[in-house]
Design a protein around this ligand. Structure first.
Ligand code: TYD
Length: 205
């Protein structure tokens, strides 16, 4: 396989997606693929500055401002990191992307979904994930995993996080071919095997 791929990992805080992303990266690297591991918000460069504001600014932040900061980070990330890597034939594994904005700002903050989707389109400028994993977990378990040291988003409350979870499941219902939901309460090994199987089924490798 020599075409590039863009794969995204999504789900609630504490769902284990970063662990799974790293396990898939390891597996694919061993198989000889060139893999790029990245994230939103906060890939290297300017993204790190935007991430700092988004997660740690302790004054009031309007919901629309929050959305635009995530979207600004995304536009920079797509142009500077994702597109060059995919065009060079690499496999890009990205921790969070457009579905996070639909789930957190759309369903969670209850901003109009059609507008959030339109703004996402402007930010990605035609680049869409080839495959997305959503790691589904109930809010109690995810908050227990996050613990007491919560960032600004993680502190948003149980109702908010319930809406985020519902949002992800709705996204998966609407786009079943791209978005695969996995039960994040299974063991790390069980989930990793499912991720690898789904990856191989989708791309025939
Ligand atoms: P991060 O520490 O990366 O969380 P995790 O390790 O769980 O991925 O923090 C990112 C936070 O930002 C997370 O709470 C989800 C939130 N977020 C949004 O609200 N909208 C977005 O578009 C993105 C990309 C993230």
């Amino acid at each position: 396989m020599n075409r590039g791929l863009f794969i995204t990992f999504e789900g609630a805080d504490g769902c284990g997606k970063s662990t799974q992303l790293n396990l898939l990266a390891e597996y694919l690297t061993k198989k000889g693929f060139e893999v790029v591991v990245t994230r939103e918000p906060g890939a290297k460069g300017l993204g790190e500055k935007i991430r700092e504001i988004l997660l740690n600014y302790d004054g009031p932040v309007s919901d629309r401002c929050e959305s635009f900061l995530f979207l600004a980070d995304r536009a920079q990330h797509i142009d500077m990191i994702v597109n060059p890597a995919v065009k060079a034939g690499k496999i890009v594994l990205c921790d969070r992307h457009t579905d996070s904005t639909v789930a957190y700002q759309g369903y969670g903050r209850q901003l109009p979904l059609d507008r959030i989707k339109m703004l996402n389109e402007i930010a990605v400028n035609g680049r869409h994930p080839d495959l997305t994993f959503v790691f589904d977990i109930d809010v109690e378990t995810s908050m227990k995993r996050v613990g007491d040291d919560k960032d600004r988003m993680e502190s948003a409350g149980k109702e908010f996080h319930n809406r985020v979870r519902y949002g992800y499941l709705e996204i998966a219902k609407q786009e079943p071919k791209r978005v695969k939901v996995l039960d994040a309460t299974k063991t790390i090994d069980e989930i990793s095997k499912l991720v690898i199987d789904l990856f191989e089924q989708n791309f025939g490798i």
